[in-house]
Design a protein. Sequence first.
Length: 308
Amino acid sequence: MRKIKRKNFIALLAFAGMFAAVVCAGVTADQKVIASENISEVTETVSNEQVLVDNNLDLEVANAGKEVETAPYSITDYETPVTMYASDTVNVRAGAGTDYDKIGKLSWGSAVQVIGATDNGWYEISYNDNLGFVMGDFFTEGLPGVPYLFVGDSRTVQLKMAVGSTDKAYVAKVGEGYNWFKNTALSEISETAGNGTVMVINFGVNDLGNASKYIKLVNSNIDAWIEAGITVYYAAVTPVGSSARVTNDQIESFNSRLKNELDPRIQWIDGYTFLQQNGFNASDGLHYDKTTYKNLYSYYMSVMTTQA
């Protein structure tokens, strides 16, 4: 009996040993599979990152090439510098093209010494003791007409106070109307406006009964203004508050006549409807606060830009 039990015990030990070996082998195999999968993931991640690096490097090289690309040009130097004037606000650049860096800016009417011209339509100028380049389309040999001219009464005077006078001129006087327009403003317009000027006329609130006279005066001058290169707008008389000495009904009647009877080459700006719809602040019933004037000016400019 003891021999049998011993043999059974030995057999049992042998079986246990074999089972343990099989289990260990399985675990090792699983670990190898997991390790293999992890290595594959790491390899794939490294590969993807390398692709991104390569792509980014190619993009940087391409962009770097674009940054240094500039249009070629040649310069013809003038024997003697020529004085010219900016006809609008224009950028000064380091080279003759919009790809070059901006080094400054010139406003309307700025006088510069032009020392050469390029074969692609730019001027080489003396700028702040250095050289710069400006687009030739924005320069004239004579002092250009002001870009915008506002003609009117006290409301135009206050418009100037609200928005300033850079690249704009004003022919206006407080409390005036038809007589001042005819006897004084007309001659000042001819001295101030020129080729390329946009003129905005805004008379009437002080003498709404003179609608026929305004129509006749403006229509009789439109040919000369157009011949001089002036674009003409008539801005509607804008609304008043309850404390004004005139009424909005009177203003609407005046505006209607001018809009319908002015020469069709004179363009109409309906600031009256704009302020009625968007609101205005007139503490004395007639004159506006700065915010209202700025809003009205922005509306004027939006209409003129759209119709240009």
